[in-house]
Ligand binder design. Structure first.
Ligand code: PLP
Length: 381
């Protein structure tokens, strides 16, 4: 089955009891046992729930993995993943990370003695140098990165990491499996904030891990149950519902993003704009090689710093000022004071997250209305 068909049909048979075409929401925290430890595959809602299991299998199919695990948030998935790594383990991470991921990594450094080196992964040679500096348990990356939409060569980095004996984990939240499937390119694990494109409607907080190897599934399922950051059956239903329309939504998001990126490029009030789908993006060729589409996020720097950026934000009428991204409605973020406020200014600015930077999550409204909104707000910036 091709991707869009898989989203609806892979691992989602009609309900065997009733023929319902959608997975029922099993609101049950516990399951009857006919004798002690004799059950029908379900014991307690943290260790397993039938609605969650349908979602988990569908996530695995979408990401071309062999097993999926659902969590109560993206950071819940990350917390569970980090339980793998004992004191003294070394992580090599991309230097342009989601702010909450950075915060949790730093907490693990201080609290549990995990060693973390942040590397600009746009150049695989730097990854090779970091790996040569000492034994590495995990290489952790996002591509496109947040918020600057830099692209990491997944095949090249996975090859280097595997040669060094490290596990490769890719946060695929920004691209979504509609546009990029890291496991097909060599990653061992994919992490998601399903809060974003997979859920797609800004109505739940959720996370996921998808594993390449089936023999890791038992260990991770054990941790999922032990840590306990599991989603409710109702939230699982909503993510599954979002997953069904992921393909059409991502195509609509991209149309919007292209219209907005076109307004931004070369505009006299814009110092720089970033969209991997534009030929002007320095890594456009690499993005084309490893991605099937470029997503709905466009980032740019307003000329005039923070004051001009805030004037731009006030001038918008269709875009809503709010954290998060990937929903059907368009959102705008000022990373320096919102999503990336937990990163110290020096570090932030060194990575290009300046006070004039604005991140747009282009929704599925009419692209012409989004383009008009941005053009109009830039006029007042
Ligand atoms: C939102 C986000 C997360 C964290 O996910 P939550 O669901 O908010 O816990 C992690 N990575 C990326 C890229 C994100 O955008």
């Amino acid at each position: 089955m091709r991707f869009d068909t898989r989203l609806l049909h892979a691992a989602q048979p009609a309900d065997p009891l009733t023929g319902a075409v959608n997975a029922p929401i099993y609101l049950s925290s516990t399951f009857r046992q006919s004798a002690p430890n004799r059950n029908q595959g379900y014991v307690y809602g943290r260790s397993g729930n039938p609605t969650r299991h349908v979602l988990e299998a569908a996530l695995a199919a979408a990401e071309s993995g062999s097993a999926g695990l659902a969590f109560s948030s993206g950071l819940g998935a990350l917390t569970t993943l980090l339980e793998q790594f004992p004191t003294g383990s070394r992580i090599v991470a991309v230097d342009d990370l989601y702010g909450g991921t950075w915060r949790l990594f730093e907490h693990h450094r201080r609290q549990f003695g995990v060693r973390i080196d942040y590397v600009d992964m746009t150049d695989p040679a730097r990854v090779a140098a970091a790996l040569a500096a000492g034994p590495t348990a995990m290489v952790y990356l996002e591509t496109p990165t947040n918020p600057l939409l830099r692209i990491v060569d997944l095949r090249a980095v996975a090859r280097l990491a595997h040669r060094a004996g490290a596990v490769v984990v890719v946060d695929n939240t920004f691209a979504s499996p509609a546009n990029q499937r890291p496991i097909e390119l060599g990653a061992d694990l994919v992490l998601h904030s399903t809060t974003k494109y997979l859920g797609g409607h800004s109505d739940i907080i959720g996370g996921a891990l998808v594993l390449r190897d089936a023999h890791d599934a038992e260990r991770y399922a054990w941790l999922q149950n032990a840590v306990g950051a599991v989603p409710s059956p109702f939230d699982c239903f909503l993510v599954l519902r979002g997953l069904h329309t992921l393909g059409v939504r991502m195509r609509a998001h991209e149309q919007s993003a292209r219209a907005v990126a076109e307004v931004l490029e070369g505009h006299r009030k814009v110092r720089a704009s970033y969209y991997p789908g534009r030929p002007s993006h320095p890594q456009h060729a690499l993005a084309r090689r490893q991605m099937d589409g470029f997503g709905g996020i466009v980032t740019f720097e307003v000329a005039g710093g923070r004051r001009a950026a805030f004037r731009f934000l006030r001038g918008l009428e269709v875009f809503t000022l709010a954290e998060s991204l990937g929903g059907v409605e368009s959102l705008v973020d000022h990373p320096a004071s919102m999503t990336h406020a937990s990163v110290p200014r020096r570090e932030r600015e060194a990575h290009g997250v300046t006070d004039g930077l604005v991140r747009l999550s282009c929704g599925i409204e009419d692209p012409a209305d989004l383009a008009d909104d941005v053009r109009h707000a830039l006029g007042g910036a």
